[in-house]
Design a binder for this molecule. Structure first.
Ligand SMILES: *Cc1c(COP(=O)(O)O)cnc(C)c1O
Length: 416
């Protein structure tokens, strides 16, 4: 989809995509078993060919990757398990609890409470709800977030009527900490810090924000949707980080997504809650067939298979498996960075912290970022676009190979 397509009906946009073979009948089919399974599958495969394929290496700008084969297998085997009615699925509920504790263990505190969620968005929304429920006396609640925070905090704000105060970034795209502190006031219900920003994979000063949370007595949420399953493995590889995990004493809740660098199946996020710091607020539904089991989740019926497949995948891959994935992704990140720095028309936005790289036009380029991106799109490359910072995002997910990057660089060089 091109930026100029904004506002057009989806049918018009799809019509222009090469290979689009149209809609079939959109009436609800009348006949039971009207078409054979194989005919339907062939039609689906044909129609879905225009979806981008990870194995092509062209999906360079997404934080998603094909789920591990074993996670897919487990997911389909237990696809009927519903964690929305946990009393009916006590086995699944126990596995969910273990997944939360294993994640807690990886991140410095095995005694956390929490739930598997549909992703980072749901987890962040629940965290803001917890902050709100912990501050019911504040009538005009606001949250302080870095300008680099994910859109899910705006969603939470729209849903709950919160005012969003955005702290500026410095010229290297790291948080302007003094500005952040200046935004805190009596109406602040939550401070947010990020472990792996959406645009550049950068890390906020979690310990320093924790100190602010202590000083002003505020709820502190960390969004580690991406970095939560990268940074602990980078530590295993010998990288050093300032304190970032649940050991930071002021942290109340922590978002981590198994469906990003956790290699698990969509939808799989999680919210870890340090209930010693939080007056817990959970939803409790009394009429369920399995009985009332309070949970943090916004979703009702939700896939138990998300918890089960990540449980199985952790057993199968072990820490070492995740460490190897991260090593591969980092090698590609540094390779691409070095190569981009050789091209006079381009520059990197800032030194990468993890496997996310921002690419910008240098002063030598006589082309806009928009134009550069649309030329890349014409060749099939899908990068993330962050207009407010004039950068294209590449996320070096595990499906990207060095050979893909070599092809990408060839196409890039042909543009200039
Ligand atoms: C991906 C991401 C989210 C949103 O997660 P979804 O799983 O897409 O809902 C939120 N915050 C950060 C930092 C992320 O990387």
């Amino acid at each position: 989809m091109e930026l100029s397509d904004k506002g057009k009906p989806l049918t018009d946009i799809l019509q222009n995509i090469e290979g689009f073979i149209g809609y079939s009948e959109n009436n609800f089919p009348k006949l039971h078993k009207g078409k054979s399974r194989s005919l339907i599958l062939t039609e689906l495969e044909d129609r879905l060919k225009i979806d981008l394929d990870y194995s092509s290496g062209k999906v360079l700008g997404a934080m998603t990757t094909p789920p591990h084969d074993f996670a897919r297998y487990i997911y389909s085997k237990f696809i009927d398990r519903n964690l929305g009615d946990r009393g009916l699925n006590p086995g699944t509920a126990a596995i969910e609890k273990e997944v939360i504790e294993m994640l807690g263990n990886l991140l410095g505190d095995p005694y956390v409470d929490g739930n598997i969620t549909s992703g980072g968005t749901e987890a962040n929304i629940i965290a803001m709800l917890l902050a709100k429920q912990n501050n019911l006396d504040i009538k005009e609640p606001s949250i302080v977030i870095p300008d680099s925070a994910h859109y899910s905090f705006d969603k939470a704000a729209i849903l709950m009527g919160l005012k969003v105060k955005r702290a500026k970034l410095l010229s290297n795209y790291h948080l302007d900490f003094d500005h952040y502190e200046s935004l805190i006031d009596d109406n602040t219900i939550a401070l947010v810090g990020i472990l792996g920003t959406s645009a550049l994979g950068l890390i906020d000063p979690i310990e320093k924000i924790g100190k602010l949370a202590g000083k002003y007595n505020k709820y502190f949420h960390v969004d580690a949707a991406f970095g939560g399953l990268v940074v602990p493995f980078m530590e295993e590889l010998g990288y050093d980080f300032p304190p970032y995990n649940l050991k930071v004493p002021e942290i109340c809740s922590y978002t981590v997504d198994p469906h990003k660098m956790g290699m698990s199946v969509n939808p799989s996020g999680s919210l870890l809650v340090k209930d010693s710091n939080v007056n817990s607020f959970k939803f409790e539904i009394p009429y369920l067939a399995g009985g009332a089991f309070p949970s943090y989740n916004i979703l009702g019926t939700r896939p138990g298979a998300s918890a089960i497949s990540f449980w199985g995948l952790m057993q199968f891959m072990g820490k070492q498996g995740f460490v190897e994935n991260v090593r591969h992704s980092l090698e590609n990140t540094y390779y691409l960075k070095d190569q981009i720095e050789e091209i006079p028309e381009l520059k990197i936005a800032t030194e990468p912290t993890m496997n996310v790289l921002g690419i910008q036009m240098s002063s030598k380029a006589n082309m806009s970022l928009d134009r550069f991106n649309s030329l890349l799109r014409q060749k099939g490359w899908a990068l993330g676009v962050f207009k407010q910072w004039n950068l294209l995002r590449v996320v070096l997910m595990p499906h990207i190979k060095k050979s893909h990057l070599a092809e990408f660089l060839k196409d890039v060089k042909a543009i200039f």
